[in-house]
Design a protein around this ligand. Structure first.
Ligand SMILES: Cc1cc2nc3c(=O)[nH]c(=O)nc-3n(C[C@H](O)[C@H](O)[C@H](O)COP(=O)(O)OP(=O)(O)OC[C@H]3O[C@@H](n4cnc5c(N)ncnc54)[C@H](O)[C@@H]3O)c2cc1C
Length: 553
């Protein structure tokens, strides 16, 4: 080992962003826009931002990689923007692209209501990152992409964050934001390494490339990821039987192409939710929220037909036929209302006491996920055709799966009214979605934060955060004002962090808070203030830790 005196000096950053996917790029862009908007109130020295992302190009992250075009965005293009204040940014960018390039993805005309192939959004995010580089240059901000994973984050005594990458020199940052995305699923550790096992459906091109087209495939999970896996198999000409299983056997609801966003909501806006809570003793219960949702749907003239809103109680094939019929015929106001709650969903969740959140998680979450996370008509028709050909079965009552090396098959057990049944398949695709269980993760960065007491798991998933700022709460419930979190690890605090519009809004709020902290004029009486001192040797060493008060929840 090199003697400490000869170790390279760490680099310094004002902001370190850990991860370089959609959420990180949205944060970076809105941080630079906030600095630009601050105009004259520039920091008294040039700022430095370091983005840590192992992929060569920041932007697409895990969700928006180049992959088969059957992978569709599950949100209309008009709601997919890296900027919270310009919802049409993605659509406007697409309209400026070469029509021949767009036709390569099967896109002729771009409409805000379209569900476009996910790789197009990845290309947009790369372009947003390129804009960030230009904007940084014009603002005099140094922007560095460190192409590596971060292994460890530590809080130094001076209050700065020590960022240790897997390779290369470490960094010291005044603020760090964790945008490291989804933790890998740990649903089937006993199957890892079994031939024919896929721990994730992504990239779906791997399923298409590696699965024998005549073999049997079992997809575990019936949510959006399962739909992606099935659509990819169909697109790649798979001929063998596809079995799709989960506990409830419910496919997501099919989004109606006729939906129009409500002009305004009465109760389920940010202010409306506060007023509603005030009328109910300062908190929201599952019943109060359910009634408010019903009122909003009725205000749009929508029916409250249980088969429409909760889905037909039938086998998956009949239920899908009914979903397609309803969504082809007319708008479904309940879907439009549910989508519009994205603007206040974190506030609504925050106003629910823990007992109500627990009730929701245990009794309603599975149903809410299946109905709220809708999927586009194009993929619904693909599944319908597979059902009609007798190639696809979707079954409820999933119990477990084991791999038998003797016959090289996966044996999946289902439980129904008639008892247990076991179905064999040559391949198994885990489409049960990512993990939000921070306490159980093998991710060294997250596990290290927990071990060091800098973070604690949130009871409803991810890490415990201060609601107002998104900053980590440490093991003793103090808020670490220098270290915040965005994306799925923030899901226990904000509930719906799997939607770009929610993530872009949360990212803007953090970007503006950090930009304001970095451009705030320094008090004249504090010669050691880090904002005045470009030298690494000076500023981190004098910075006191001043934890903010804990969250108001
Ligand atoms: C398959 C899929 C499809 C989705 N489709 C949609 C959709 O259509 N519309 C929508 O609104 N939402 C969608 N979502 C939900 C949500 O938008 C995505 O989860 C979102 O893109 C997450 O972005 P992210 O930046 O948080 O994470 P990711 O895209 O996972 O990016 C995280 C990045 O962090 C990097 N990283 C991880 N660990 C480290 C580390 N230790 N150090 C440095 N870098 C690290 C990774 O390399 C990765 O690039 C989808 C989610 C998934 C999983």
């Amino acid at each position: 080992m090199m003697p400490a005196s000869r170790l390279p000096l760490p680099s310094a950053a004002d902001l370190a962003i850990v991860g370089g996917g959609s959420v990180a790029v949205s944060l970076l862009y809105q941080f630079l826009l906030a600095l630009e908007a601050a105009g004259g109130e520039r920091a008294s020295r040039p700022l430095r931002v370091a983005l840590f992302e192992p992929q060569a190009e920041p932007g697409p992250g895990g969700a928006y990689q180049e992959d088969l075009p059957s992978n569709l965005l599950n949100i209309p293009a008009g709601n997919m923007s890296a900027r919270a204040d310009q919802r049409m940014d993605f659509v406007d960018w697409l309209r400026g692209q070469d029509p021949a390039w767009l036709r390569g993805y099967g896109v002729d005309v771009v409409a805000p209501s379209d569900f476009l192939p996910r790789p197009l959004f990845g290309a947009y995010l790369r372009a947003v990152h390129a804009r960030c580089r230009e904007l940084a240059l014009s603002l005099g901000v140094t922007l560095v992409h460190e192409q590596c994973r971060v292994r460890h984050l530590a809080l130094r005594q001076d209050g700065a964050i020590a960022v240790t990458p897997e390779q290369g020199a470490s960094w010291i940052a005044r603020h760090a934001v964790l945008c490291n995305g989804n933790l890998p699923s740990q649903a089937f550790p006993h199957l890892e390494g079994a031939p024919g096992y896929f721990n994730s459906p992504y990239p779906v091109s791997a399923l298409a490339g590696e699965i024998d087209p005549d073999a049997s495939v079992c997809v575990v999970g019936t949510s959006l990821s399962a739909v992606d896996a099935i659509a990819a198999l169909q697109q790649s000409g798979h001929r063998g039987p596809i079995l799709c299983v989960s506990r409830n056997g419910r496919l997501p609801s099919v989004r109606s192409p006729h939906n129009q966003a409500p002009k305004s909501l009465r109760h389920l806006t940010r202010d409306g939710a506060l007023l509603l809570a005030a009328r109910h003793g300062g908190a929201l219960s599952v019943e109060v929220i359910t009634q408010a949702l019903k009122d909003e749907v009725q205000a749009m003239g929508g029916p409250l037909d249980a088969d429409d809103v909760l889905g037909l109680e039938a086998d998956a094939r009949t239920a899908l036929d009914e979903e397609i019929r309803r969504s082809s015929q007319a708008a479904r106001p309940w879907q439009a209302v549910a989508a519009a709650t994205n603007a206040a969903v974190d506030q609504i969740w925050h106003l629910m006491p823990d007992a109500q959140r627990s009730r929701f998680q245990t009794q309603w979450r599975a149903l809410w996920m299946a109905r709220r996370a809708t999927f586009p008509m194009r993929n619904a028709l693909t599944l319908q055709a597979l059902f009609q050909r007798g190639q696809l079965q979707v079954r409820a009552g999933y119990v477990d799966t084991r791999y038998d090396p003797a016959d090289q098959r996966f044996h999946t057990r289902l439980r129904g009214a008639a008892g247990d049944a076991t179905l064999a398949s040559r391949y198994l695709v885990n489409a049960t979605s990512f993990s939000v269980n921070a306490a159980a993760t093998r991710d060294p960065l997250v596990a290290g934060l927990l071990q060091d007491g800098l973070a604690r798991p949130h009871a409803f998933g991810g890490l415990a955060l201060d609601f107002d700022t998104g900053c980590l709460m440490d093991a003793r419930d103090a808020v670490l004002t220098q270290l915040s979190v965005l994306g799925s690890l923030a899901g226990g605090t904000y509930f719906w962090t799997t939607s770009m519009d929610v993530n872009a809004r949360l990212a803007r709020d953090q970007a503006q808070r950090i930009a304001a902290a970095l451009t705030r004029p320094a008090p004249l009486t504090d010669p050691g203030n880090p904002a005045d001192s470009p030298s690494l040797a000076r500023w981190p060493a004098h910075r006191p830790t001043r934890p903010a008060p804990t969250a108001s929840s």
